[in-house]
Design a protein around this ligand. Structure first.
Ligand code: FDA
Length: 391
């Protein structure tokens, strides 16, 4: 028997649940289908279990996409304050951690429970643990078959996310389906991901576990946050952010002394000529890192004995230390995916496919990727909300 709905949503993650709950509260009969045994698995593990559910500084320039303007419409119509209003309606305690990032006081489970309550309140149907066997499109209707159900609807929403963290059930299903409908996919790459080091740079892996305040740069993008050395290379928020902009062959620049004024080293030569490079660095960073950088600069003599030009060179190097990553830790460790279903294929207002009437794509499946810090969930909520207005 085939059950009829107004819309079938593939994927019960952040975007699919939001789209489902808004659409059913607008009176639509909605089915949300997922192959995972429970909905919102990435929400549950997000933000260290506390879910960084939005960011107050949400703006289109905090997103990567082949079309930097694409996200503007959806983000402006469903804002962080709209999501926060729902969180408060459900009496979920929250706090701002840093840089506009909002987290639950308690647990990410509260966010999933809230979305499910809202879906339930609207009379939406959720079907988890259903591997999708077929998606057919004929005579203006989409039919979805799993081993246990068959459903048909005039509208279909692709909300199956991107391939980051496959062991959590993430797949490239959205891309395969979009391609079947003739839509282009921007090459997916792991993003918000640790970078790996080799060759000379690999010596820095000995600092595994050391973190320090930095500015990390990739191309024109720069992020002032902590960087962390790992046994494979580089991580920490500044590096994760920079990784989204990094491409094979590019270098990453790290400013190890973002709070020092230009000329500080020559000034130190005047005020503390007996100081060593290591002792001067130790004031601003962990000792092991100070030792390694001083060794790399090959400066052991007291700064008072060095020419100003040599000190200026050392200062410039410390302000933009170049690393040459040989890769990333891949989709297995990537928090998100850069790339995805091309925005050129979609209406930015409704998320509907231009080529196929009543087919929608939302969330991480689309070529819109946010910075670290709640931006990706805000995109999932906003794009899900935008599609729900139209179905
Ligand atoms: P999402 O991945 O949430 O949902 C897709 C759904 O589709 C899943 O339920 C999946 O099971 C299902 N699916 C996939 N393939 C399928 C198939 N073939 N058939 C049926 N169903 C299928 N973001 C943020 O803003 N703040 C944060 O704190 C974090 N923290 C975080 C931590 C970690 C460890 C990760 C991996 C990611 C984050 N993120 C984040 C990113 C955030 O989780 C992500 O951007 C959103 O979950 C994307 O929402 P979607 O609904 O698009 O995909």
């Amino acid at each position: 028997m085939i059950t009829r709905y107004d819309a079938i949503i593939l994927g019960a993650g952040a975007a699919g649940l939001m789209c489902g709950l808004v659409a059913c509260q607008r009176g639509r009969r909605v089915l949300v289908v997922d192959h995972a045994d429970q909905p919102g698995k990435k929400i549950l593990i997000s933000g260290g279990g506390r879910c960084n559910f939005t960011n107050l500084h949400t703006a289109p320039d905090r997103y990567l996409s082949a079309n930097p303007h694409f996200a503007r419409s959806a983000l402006s119509r469903y804002t962080p304050h709209d999501f926060l209003a729902m969180v408060e309606r459900h009496r979920i305690g929250w706090h701002e951690k840093t840089l506009g990032q909002l987290f639950c006081d308690g647990s990410a489970r509260q966010i999933v429970a809230m979305l499910l309550d809202e879906l339930d309140a609207g009379g939406g149907t959720l079907a988890c643990g259903h591997a999708i066997r077929a998606v057919e499109h004929a005579d203006g209707a989409f039919t979805v078959r799993t081993d246990a159900l068959a459903a048909t609807a005039p509208a279909l929403v692709i909300a199956t996310g991107g391939p980051s963290i496959p062991k959590m059930g993430a797949t490239g299903f959205a891309y395969d389906l979009a391609r079947r409908f003739g839509m282009k996919v921007v090459e997916p790459r792991p993003a918000l991901v640790p970078l790996t080091l080799k060759g000379e740079d690999a010596l820095f892996r000995e600092l595994s576990g050391v973190a320090t305040a930095t500015v990390a740069r990739a191309g024109k993008a720069e992020f002032r946050e902590a960087s962390l050395f790992t046994h494979r290379g580089l991580s920490g928020p500044a590096i994760l952010q920079a990784s989204s902009y990094w491409r094979h062959g590019d270098s990453i620049g790290i400013d190890f002394l973002p709070d020092r004024m230009t000329g500080w080293l020559v000034q130190a030569k005047r005020s503390a000529p007996g100081a060593t490079m290591r002792s001067l660095l130790r004031d601003a960073m962990p000792e092991r890192l100070a030792t390694t950088l001083a060794e790399r600069l090959a400066i052991d003599a007291p700064v008072g004995q060095l020419a100003d030009a040599r000190l200026r060179d050392a200062e410039a190097r410390l302000a933009d230390w170049r690393f040459h990553p040989d890769g990333t830790e891949g989709f297995a460790k990537a928090e998100v995916t850069v790339g995805g279903i091309s925005t050129a294929e979609l209406s930015s207002k409704t998320m509907e496919a231009k080529r196929v009437k009543n087919l929608y794509a939302i969330g991480e499946a689309v070529d819109v990727t946010g910075w670290l810090g709640g931006y990706n969930f805000q995109w999932a909520w906003a794009s899900g909300w935008a599609a729900a207005q139209n179905i």
